[in-house]
Design a protein around this ligand. Structure first.
Ligand code: SF4
Length: 179
């Protein structure tokens, strides 16, 4: 089984809803998305090792990504009780972050080298060490996919995934970079 098929199987076996592949040479790194990070609407900018500015400049992110040949984009869909179901959204986000962390562990030893990117920032520790101490889990740290300048809506189109899975749902995205 080649790496692509192995990663696809691991992603789906880990409970994610959909996956698709994009050659890294086709990826678009957007300064505009990075500017959104700097506007700090998510209130995560400069709070963890997973987000800008800690992940480096857009050019540094681009170089890191282009060390790999493919991006395997994956998503997980969550059902909400209503558009005001903030508890459901928070629980979905927590489940997604836990699932991508577990995915990183499942990939380890099976496919190498890989880098996993995950929706938004990192919530692994109750209190992040940023910026005074190094990350507690540097080998497992998953950078923010948005922090690399990716427009998720556009990525989903490129990978053949649905960005919006209908009313009453919320979809989170992550990516495995591999060669
Ligand atoms: S693993 Fe912990 S220390 Fe590292 S970025 Fe995440 S929250 Fe911060």
């Amino acid at each position: 089984m080649d790496n692509t098929e192995k990663i696809r199987r691991i992603i789906l076996d880990a409970g994610f809803s959909a996956e698709g592949i994009i050659p890294t040479e086709d990826l678009v790194f957007s300064e505009d998305v990075r500017k959104l990070c700097e506007q700090n609407r998510c209130r995560k900018y400069g709070t963890t090792w997973a987000c800008p500015p800690a992940v480096g400049t857009l050019e540094e992110c681009r170089e890191r990504v282009l060390d790999f040949s493919y991006m395997h984009l994956f998503s997980k869909i969550y059902t909400l009780e209503s558009s005001l179901d903030f508890r459901g959204m928070a629980e979905g986000m927590k489940d997604f972050k836990d699932s991508t962390w577990e995915l990183g562990r499942l990939l380890k030893g099976e496919v190498s080298p890989v880098r996993v990117l995950s929706n938004e920032s990192c919530n692994r520790c109750k209190k992040c060490t940023y910026p005074s101490e190094p990350c507690r889990f540097p080998d497992e740290l998953q950078h923010s996919i948005e922090g690399y300048g990716f427009n998720i809506n556009e990525l989903a189109k490129q990978a053949g995934l649905l960005y919006n899975n209908g009313a009453g749902t919320m979809t989170f995205f992550g990516a495995v970079l591999h060669s």
